[in-house]
Design a protein around this ligand. Structure first.
Ligand code: TYD
Ligand code: MG
Length: 452
């Protein structure tokens, strides 16, 4: 029987309810709402009975002494890049990802790199025994790195250890296995995850220790439990992989100390994660001759230019409502492009199945990819290949105008570096060492391609 003060929390997204329900209104998950005993108030926090008035806080100006401690470089360029140039003392990072994607492997390598560089690093695992971690370390060739290793799950013990050891970097693998004995909730529940993270983050801030929290993700891409941690930490990174592929992308989705959307690219090998310093090569397929339906998009991930191939297949359909399928691209964006091609350029895809695929398992979300996707679609429809060695970028508006995009120079430079000789771009683009083919509207582009 539920008591008056009981709260019910969705274990998937952390939404709070006063009574039980079968489905969470906030995230739509079924059977995720569970009774949580009322949380203890945080130390120094307000309780219902607190009657003290609170003391006046001193307000200060924006100008003042800034003590900027140097960032701690991990020695792993791809990781440092995703983290915005190294770790900031006293900051907390959440690294989320599917089970098995390689989070523990990555962090063990990072720990070893930091320790070898002279930092005092504690790697605390609640998921694996010390022997298992040693086994992995020997496989990765890292046994000689002076990492302080422990297998523990109790928050109290972990905090005491970090304090006694004066760790500069603490890796907690994972936040779902850490539990505080002051709470009656089971480990991994939202209540535990939130409380333990709060404690750990508070410790990090007060001791200038860098905290790296590992969190597991659920199938739909949300970090279960750890999602409630996102606002507490300074940076959130997701470690992603495409099924059946060896490369992994570490993507910063939030970073208080650097650019968000920065990516680091790795390849999982038999001896751990290898840095991939030139990811464009990975995402371009090696077509000998230009083929129809293939366009190379000159994209930007964070501050890094990445070239990716966008492939389209447009084929006659026998279905009354033809198929639309996308991989690595937003399906609403595809519908918009098809509508613009239909309404503004007179190209009807109503009797065609349309498939759009971003090669290499990359995910593209930049609007600047519109023109490349449209070019791939039109190229497949006409069965006309786009010119060879040509990179494409430009955003398409509903009026079919090709709009300017940011960071043009970086895009052109990357294309040049990879041996491209020309670019299809919006009107405002100038300079660069590539031959430019500029269009004002999508209609102009379609007419140009039709006449090739
Ligand atoms: P792991 O780091 O344990 O994943 P997570 O902590 O995210 O759950 O990675 C486990 C996977 O990585 C496992 O399927 C085996 C693979 N792997 C390699 O391919 N090469 C290696 O050198 C290591 C250590 C793991
Ligand atoms: Mg792990």
């Amino acid at each position: 029987m539920a008591r008056q003060n009981d709260t019910f929390i969705c274990q998937s997204c952390g939404a709070v309810y006063s009574k039980w329900a079968g489905r969470c209104d906030a995230c739509g998950e079924w059977n995720s709402i569970e009774l949580e005993p009322t949380e203890a108030a945080p130390p120094g926090g307000h309780t219902a009975k607190s009657s003290s008035r609170g003391k006046k806080i001193e307000l200060v100006s924006l100008r003042g002494d800034i003590v900027q401690e140097p960032r701690i470089a991990t020695g792993n360029k791809e990781f440092d890049r995703a983290a915005g140039g190294g770790l900031v003392p006293g900051s907390a990072l959440l690294i989320g990802g599917d089970p098995g994607v390689g989070k523990s492997t990555l962090l063990l390598q990072i720990a070893a790199g930091l320790a070898t560089g002279g930092a005092n690093v504690a790697y605390i695992s609640g998921e694996e025994a010390v022997a298992q971690i040693r086994l992995r370390a020997s496989r990765l060739g890292l046994v000689d790195a002076p990492v302080n290793l422990a297998s523990a799950t109790s928050l109290k013990d972990i905090l005491a250890t970090l304090k006694a050891n004066q760790s500069q970097v603490a890796i907690i693998d994972s936040i779902q296995t850490t539990w505080s004995d002051t709470l009656p909730a089971a480990p991994g529940t939202v209540t535990q995850v939130r409380a333990c993270s709060q404690e750990l983050v508070r410790y990090a801030k007060s001791s200038d220790c860098v905290l790296l929290l590992v969190g597991h993700v659920t199938k739909d891409g949300q970090i279960a439990g750890p999602r409630v941690v996102e606002h507490m930490v300074d940076a959130v990174m997701y470690f992603e992989s495409e099924t059946g592929r060896a490369f992994r992308i570490l993507r910063a989705v939030k970073n208080r100390f650097g650019a968000a959307h920065e990516i680091g690219v790795f390849e999982m090998t038999g001896t751990g994660l290898k840095e991939v310093s030139n990811p464009s090569k990975l995402f371009l397929s090696e077509n000998e001759k230009p083929v129809s339906g293939s366009a190379v998009f000159a994209g930007i991930e964070g501050t890094r230019p990445v070239l990716v191939e966008i492939q389209a297949l447009v084929s006659q359909s026998s279905l009354s409502s033809p198929r639309r399928a996308v991989v690595g691209w937003d399906s609403a964006r595809l519908s918009m492009l098809l509508a613009v091609l239909d309404a503004r350029c007179g190209l009807n895809f109503g009797r065609h199945d349309v498939f759009l695929n971003v090669a290499g398992g990359m995910r593209v979300s930049e609007p600047a990819a519109d023109l490349a996707a449209a070019a791939a679609l039109v190229s497949s429809l006409f069965d006309t290949a786009l010119p060879a060695e040509t990179a494409i970028f430009g955003e398409i508006s509903l009026s079919a105008a090709i709009r300017p995009v940011p960071q043009v120079d970086a895009r052109l430079k990357e294309a040049k570096k990879l041996g491209f000789s020309s670019a299809i771009a919006p009107m405002n683009v100038t300079g660069g060492t590539l031959e430019l083919q500029k269009f004002e509207t999508l209609d102009d582009f379609v007419r140009w391609l039709r006449n090739r």
